[in-house]
Write a protein that binds this ligand. Structure first.
Ligand code: PEP
Ligand code: MG
Length: 324
């Protein structure tokens, strides 16, 4: 990281014509926390709770989880920290909870697992709520939701945990709750989902994989994994529009947010927050500070009319060259 980028830390992420776009970070390990604070992150858009589960040889207890979550919340307070409930399955297997399937990415993963095992979900949510006591910067987010029933069941379990804790004498209000949009069905139901939650967050890694039917980890088909595929862009725009119509903030926490070319498009689409790895943050901020919001909107309009990924990428690369 150059000196130039370092001096950016205390400057806001703002376009030349004064449009602000908060940059948040994705975290998992404790080292992500220090890195994120060094880069001036304004919040955590995705704390992957799988990480502490993966570092053990058994499920962490509610109390162990409370301590881990408390550390995260304290490190960033008063900035918001978005904790995602356990998203195992797919490519993330816990050694002490093996899942054997032919099609793991289409199988038992994310909220599907934790709704089938409410004891895991409830312990996790209770630990989060307890960790939030006296701080109030927690947000809870649900992964891999593919229909409204899953969301409603998740919301009801969170409500139940909160009520139980209140009966046990804990204080603190229910935190904002959001849902990830990372399955194509959720794109088409984004408005209905948005009405039931406080925020939406697009998981572009999975959304791209599921829209294009390209395994995000398979090197043989990596050439087909196109983040700037016109269909992916249409989906991203539809989610932003759904959030706007329902008056809900819409963020994105997939890798695309950390790509300056992606960030420009998200800005123009109306995303209200971008969440990325701490190491991507300075580059994204630098790119957005060099550009006018109106210019980003013009480029978006052009790109949304294109039918081919290569043309989109070419146009975005030209924009990046023009701004050095
Ligand atoms: C995503 O799918 O884009 C995402 C942010 O979640 P993960 O990479 O953990 O699946
Ligand atoms: Mg995902």
């Amino acid at each position: 990281i150059t000196k130039d980028l370092e001096s950016l830390r205390d400057l806001p992420c703002e376009t030349l014509d004064g449009h602000r776009l908060p940059l948040w970070v994705n975290t998992g390990l404790m080292v992500d926390v220090s890195r994120s604070l060094e880069q001036g992150a304004e919040g955590v858009g995705l704390y992957r709770t799988e990480v502490p589960f993966l570092l053990r040889d058994r499920f962490p207890s509610e109390e162990e989880q409370r301590q881990i979550y408390r550390e995260q919340l304290e490190a960033f307070a008063p900035r918001p920290v978005t904790m995602r409930t356990l998203d195992i399955g797919g490519d993330k297997a816990l050694p002490y909870f093996p899942i054997e399937e032919d099609n793991p990415f289409l199988g038992w993963r994310g909220i599907r697992v934790t709704l089938d095992h409410p004891e895991i979900f409830l312990a996790q949510v209770r630990a989060m709520l307890k960790a939030n006591e006296g701080l109030g910067n927690l947000r809870i987010m649900l992964p891999m939701v593919s229909n409204l029933a899953e969301l409603e069941e998740g919301l009801s379990l969170i409500g139940r945990s909160h009520q139980e804790l209140q009966q046990e004498g804990f204080r603190g209000s229910l935190p904002p709750i959001g849902v990830m949009v990372e399955v194509p069905s959720a794109v088409y139901q984004a408005r209905a989902l948005a009405r039931r939650v406080d925020f939406l967050s697009v998981g572009s890694n999975d959304l791209t994989q599921y829209l294009l039917a390209v395994d995000r980890n398979n090197a043989r088909v990596a050439e087909l994994y196109h983040s700037f595929h016109p269909a992916v862009l249409q989906a991203l725009q539809a989610v932003a529009e759904a959030g706007r119509l329902e008056g809900r903030p819409v963020g994105i926490c997939g890798e695309l947010a950390g790509d300056p070319m992606g960030a420009v498009l998200m800005l123009a689409m109306g995303y209200t927050m971008l969440s990325m790895n701490a190491t991507s943050l300075p580059r994204v901020k630098q790119a957005l500070r060099k550009l006018a919001y109106t210019e980003a909107c013009d480029v978006l309009a052009e790109v949304m009319g294109m039918e081919d990924t290569d043309l989109v990428v070419e146009r975005l690369e030209r924009l990046m060259r023009e701004h050095g």
